[in-house]
Ligand binder design. Structure first.
Ligand code: ADP
Length: 435
């Protein structure tokens, strides 16, 4: 039976022993000698019990402790009970760990557990197949030592994991992996890699299809437009055919501009790695935009311009021009005549800000998040009437993403809208005059 000894019980035992020695001493007339002898004996007995405990703890293979006597019985039993509890806890933990590992092995993705320094603590079977990890040899290795890519190291260094990271698969030639990192527990990370080669392949096919169809449509549309113009010139101005021909001409022009926009979008999507060594002269670009705005406005709008001199951008001029032009042409198309349009390029602490503000019809809040989707239009009929294709803001979004920027839209129905974007500081080149 496991038993514990209370402090008072131990003390009573000691008193009883000393009293026994004292009585024996009285009987033989040698109180001090017998009490001392008893105390020394008690000391040796305790020493013996300690050495038994020590032997059992360090050398004995038996699980059960030796039989303790007297006050030591409680100590031996207590240690045995503690051991039993620990064994139970360890087996419970092993069971939980086993279940976690089974769950992680069943994942359709490569899963790797990392410590706070991104050293590998554990990985599942798929991680070995997809990432080429060797287990257990790679345990404790930093993950960016095994997945060597400068952009991946930068991604880890930044520590912003809201967006996934795409990495070329280390074991397959054209494979693409989508990496997600999730912090969990105390300073640990769960690293998940998913093979998205198939998705990227389908996306590539879709892009190629759109680009090819657009390209193939260009020639027949140009031919159609040419003949329509010719026939229009030959038809009587008031003849019934004239109205039909004007409409055919309008629709062909619309189709042509849609095809051209689709081609621009495909080209911008394809050119994901732009040459950041190129410097765009923003003052010159702004002057072109001013001319374009004036031509579109035809004197029917109040136009205001501001351009920060000598604040240039590293990037692709064609793409950035396309992004800015789309915002300006939208402002003019969706603002009633007489409206005010402010176009500016300013240097701020956050970076270079390009902004187009209008006093047009404005956009209801529920549409704002979807405006950059292809063919999304708040009012299709109106957009079509204004010559819109529904692709302008999609082009702008892609062009801006190549310049590490995104489109900000602030709008109020009936009052107007402000479309702006910020080019980050490291892509700007300030000339000494402006500093
Ligand atoms: P679209 O060629 O139809 O103008 P965009 O992609 O350029 O296509 O714009 C998407 C939609 O966003 C437009 O159809 C229009 O409804 C809305 N929009 C864009 N710019 C403005 C603006 N300045 N004011 C009001 N609505 C706008």
């Amino acid at each position: 039976m496991l038993d514990s000894y209370s402090g008072s019980r131990l003390f009573l035992r000691l008193i009883f022993f000393l009293f026994f020695c004292f009585s024996l001493g009285l009987l033989f007339g040698r109180v001090i000698e017998i009490v001392m002898l008893g105390s020394i004996g008690l000391l040796f007995w305790h020493y013996h019990q300690i050495s038994r405990l020590n032997y059992w703890l360090w050398h004995d293979r038996r699980l059960t402790p030796p039989n303790g006597r007297g006050s030591w019985e409680g100590v031996f039993n207590g240690i045995y009970r503690l051991q039993g509890k620990n064994r139970k806890r360890i087996s419970q933990l092993a069971y939980i760990l086993g279940r976690f590992r089974q769950g992680a092995e069943a994942l359709p993705d490569a899963a790797v557990v990392l410590d706070s320094e991104y050293n590998i603590l554990w990985c599942n079977q798929l991680a070995r197949l997809l990432l080429g990890f060797v287990w257990p040899q790679d345990s404790g290795q930093r993950i960016d030592n095994l997945l060597r890519h400068p952009d991946f190291s930068l991604y880890l260094k930044k520590g912003e994991y809201a967006e996934p990271f795409e990495l070329a698969a280390p074991l397959s030639e054209n494979g693409v992996l989508e990496i997600r990192i999730m912090p969990y527990g105390t300073g640990q990370y769960l690293f998940i890699a998913r093979d998205i080669t198939h998705v990227r392949h389908l996306e590539g096919m879709r892009k190629d299809f759109v680009a090819n169809v657009s390209h193939e449509l260009k020639t027949p549309l140009t031919v159609l437009q040419g003949y329509l113009e010719m026939m229009q010139g030959m038809a009587e101005p008031d003849s019934p055919n004239m109205k039909a021909m004007v409409q055919m001409q309008q629709q062909t022009t619309r189709m042509k501009s849609m095809v051209e926009q689709l081609l621009v979008l495909s080209r911008i999507e394809d050119a994901s790695n732009i040459d950041l060594e190129q410097t765009i002269n923003m003052s010159a670009l702004f002057n072109l935009l001013v001319e374009e705005a004036k031509a579109l406005s035809q004197g029917q709008y109040q136009l205001h311009f501001f351009c920060e001199e000598k604040c240039d951008v590293h990037g692709d001029e064609v793409q950035l021009r396309s992004a800015c032009s789309n915002l300006i042409s939208n402002a003019i198309r969706y603002t009633p005549e007489g409206g005010v349009i402010e176009i500016s390029w300013k240097h701020t602490p956050a970076g270079g800000v390009f902004s187009v503000k209008d006093t047009g019809e404005g956009i209801a809040i529920q549409h704002l998040g979807r405006l950059t989707e292809r063919f999304y239009r708040v009012d299709s009929a109106r957009s079509r009437g204004s010559g819109g294709t529904g692709l302008g803001l999609a082009i702008t979004k892609h062009a801006l993403s190549h310049h590490q920027s995104e489109l900000n839209i602030v709008s109020e129905l009936g009052k107007g809208s402000t479309f702006s974007f910020v080019i980050p500081q490291h892509l700007l080149e300030m000339s000494p005059i402006a500093v």
